[in-house]
Design a protein around this ligand. Sequence first.
Ligand SMILES: [Zn+2]
Length: 224
Amino acid sequence: MSKFHVFCIIGKSGSGKGTQVELLKKKLGKTKHIINGDLFRAFIKLDNLLSKKTKKVVNSGGLPPAWLSAYLWQTEFLKPISAGTKAAIFEGTPRRIWEADILDDVSDYLFDQRSVAIYIDISDKEAKQRLLIRLVCKKCKQPVPYKLIKLNPKKCSFCGGGIEKRKDDDEQAILKRLTWFKTDVLPTVEYYKKKGRLVHVNGEQDVPLVFKELWSKLSKRLKS
Ligand SMILES: [Zn+2]
């Protein structure tokens, strides 16, 4: 694959975006991977007015403003990109139409192209079930694979770090996130569909099958 590619991967919390991105990176080679959730988690640890306000919003399951999200991922492009990078992947963003507009502008400017959105689709019911039992590593933030959750692991299988439940995974916060997913994110998915830049994937399959569908649809686009 010689041409540079720009992707964004969108889906409800619990849809397995991170897992799919890791598989995608193996196919694409060196990637600039921007994880919206990580940017926000780092940002809310800072001691300033904007961080404190955002911490409240995020921890209660709210959707922080698009300008802040766009600001955080844009600052990632102030850092050097290593030579031989084959693609940029935005994980968990954009989540509003006007953020998608900003991303289009940035991609035009930096990469002479616009991003293809990958939507990992799961139902509300599935998202709730997954999130209520979700555990993550305190250190590397990797989610514990669903198959291991019932074994009640004490240590992360990737880095050996401790295990915790995410603070924003209580039922009320989950419902709030599902609500703004409908009002804000789904119209953004529609935006990509209308522009002919959407790859829609059924996320309610086993991980390898989700990726099989994702890659077969995406690679067709990349060839054309
Ligand atoms: Zn870990």
